[in-house]
Design a protein around this ligand. Structure first.
Ligand code: TNX
Length: 533
């Protein structure tokens, strides 16, 4: 007993050294101080008008995780948490967080900045909160001072819901996880050859026909599809569901960018409405992966269809961007189509690449006329770039360099660093992936600014995005496995100062972040640290 008292004397009286916090993405400036703030029910939560919504979000979070909310009036509380408006913070998304023994202050110029301050504070709380297993009266929060702001303004993740479809609940979970990593964009790939996934009321066959396919074999590109057993695969999101997802995302300061693919990756739509193609012949919603020759025909009828579709899509998404695809559009059908050839002559377009550019520019004009801007994959550079387009560069850096040099905004998603459908390890038991090899470390050391750009050209690089194409990803669990932890590295690429890059420190913080993922039931891949990029 004496011995225990003696031990306690040594360890209980010695001031505890500050505990290093494991914040991801790593903040710009972080100084730890001695001592802790003790959070319990008696703390008051105060917010300036602009930050009231975020403070409420924080209070809802506490209520959900701890079963109590903080009093939101100044009841002479000894301890307070304050969300303060601070117009001197330069970056719109920046914040300053101070924790000391008597108060916590989050300062920000915008609600968005305040939200990121909350997300950092959340990471200072025990992971056990995340699954409601924290059962002490008080939470000790390390005294700390943080000043933080993102490196890039576009911090995105993509999800392909055409090749495989995922529930609204899962889409929300994905978005919530992105918001914890201070990502601000969700790119929702809604249409492709293998399925059309957004309800368009004017075109019921998009729901009846284009949304479903005969069952697909999960196998390699050239495998023969399984014999159709009468069960079809598919589904779509109703406009009501889309609205709910967008509202959920917007509470988390995530903009949702819908992608409606054109002129390629359109076989599902053509299966529903064969006249949208050049041959007018019936095709089926694709049951194999790859690139298909039946693409939209640049006829007036097609443009009317696409404009009508966009008229329903645009009001659902308050963000500025509509992604119109533009990738992988083989010109076989256009070469064989008399109307297309006449159009090439009439518009003086040289060839089918010029026709692709005409197609995109025409759609851009329509979308611009509704107050929105387009994003397209880097193939929209073919035959001349539409005047106001943002280029999403996937085939390497060259497209991005060309676009930035000609004064177009660019989002970096190169296969070499941003394709999370690629293998992440060479372990024998690694689940089937599309191919390629993209280990965590390589994502972590991605620099979205190509060396070829001057400082002023580099300003056109808005940021980077990880892509999750789902040909080989049939379940939500596998999406999580492929995306995590690579998305966490991508979050840090987009947010943190590159001078802070240190893979060892990152993986150390990541191993702690895993506890948060465990508590939220995220099926991340957990065997990657020694793999070299
Ligand atoms: C290329 S990236 C595609 C997708 C595939 C992906 C598979 C892009 C614009 N097109 O259609 O799903 O590769 O990695």
């Amino acid at each position: 007993f004496k011995f225990v008292i003696f031990l306690c004397f040594i360890s209980c009286t010695k001031p505890q050294p500050p505990v290093k916090p494991y914040i991801i993405p790593i903040p710009n400036e972080l100084t730890m101080q001695e001592g802790v703030f003790l959070l319990d029910e008696n703390v008051s939560l105060l917010a300036d008008a602009k930050h009231v919504a975020v403070a409420e979000f924080f209070n809802d979070y506490l209520n959900e995780k701890l079963g109590y909310t903080l009093l939101t009036e100044d009841s002479n509380a000894k301890k307070t948490i304050r969300f303060t408006l601070d117009p001197t913070i330069e970056n719109d998304e920046g914040y300053a967080l101070t924790v000391d023994t008597s108060q916590i202050i989050i300062k920000a110029k915008t609600a968005k900045g305040a939200f990121y301050g909350f997300q950092t504070l959340r990471q200072l709380l025990p992971p056990a909160l995340e699954n409601n297993t924290f059962n002490h009266d008080k939470i000790a929060i390390q005294n700390i001072e943080i000043k933080d702001a993102p490196r890039f303004s576009y911090r995105g993740m993509h999800l392909d819901v055409s090749r495989h479809m995922f529930s609204v609940d899962f889409i929300k979970k994905y978005i919530d996880l992105l918001s914890q990593l201070k990502m601000n964009t969700f790119h929702w790939h809604l249409t492709d050859d293998q399925g059309w996934r957004i309800e368009i009321k004017q075109y019921p066959k998009l729901q009846e026909v284009a949304a479903f396919r005969d069952e697909t074999l999960i196998g390699h590109y050239n495998d023969t599809p399984q014999k159709f057993d009468g069960k079809s695969y598919g589904g779509f999101y109703t406009q009501e569901e889309v609205k709910k997802v967008v509202a959920y995302a917007s509470k988390r300061f995530i903009t949702v960018i819908p992608e409606i693919e054109m002129p390629g990756h359109a076989q599902a739509a053509i299966a529903a409405y064969p006249n949208l193609g050049c041959t007018g012949k019936n095709v089926k919603v694709a049951t194999k992966w790859g690139v298909f020759e039946d693409i939209y025909c640049p006829k007036e009828e097609t443009f009317t269809f696409l404009e009508n579709v966009l008229d329903e899509v645009m009001p659902l998404f308050p963000g500025k961007y509509i992604h119109i695809g533009g990738d992988e559009a083989p010109k076989t059908r256009w070469k064989a189509c008399e109307y297309c050839q006449e159009l090439i002559k009439r518009e003086d377009l040289k060839d089918e690449h010029g026709l692709q550019s005409y197609f995109i520019a025409r759609m851009e004009k329509y979308i611009n006329s509704k107050g929105k801007s387009i994003i397209g994959w880097d193939e929209i550079l073919e035959g001349g770039l539409a005047p106001n387009a943002t280029v999403m560069s996937w085939r390497g850096m060259n497209g991005a360099i060309e676009a930035a040099k000609s004064g177009h905004n660019v989002i970096m998603t190169p296969t070499s660093h941003a394709y999370f459908d690629y293998y992440q390890s060479d372990n024998e038991d690694e689940p089937l992936a599309i191919g390629g090899f993209l280990p965590l470390k390589k994502v972590y050391y991605f620099n979205p600014i190509p060396k070829e750009l001057t400082e002023s050209e580099a300003k056109f690089v808005l940021g980077a995005q990880g892509n999750v194409w789902t040909e080989y990803i049939p379940t939500a669990e596998k999406v999580e496995y492929m995306a995590f932890p690579r998305v966490i590295a991508m979050a840090e690429v987009n947010w943190s100062n590159p001078r802070k890059k240190d893979y060892e420190d990152f993986t150390y913080r990541l191993s702690h972040f895993h506890k948060r993922l465990d508590a939220q039931n995220v099926n991340y891949a957990n065997h990657l640290y020694e793999i070299e990029g």
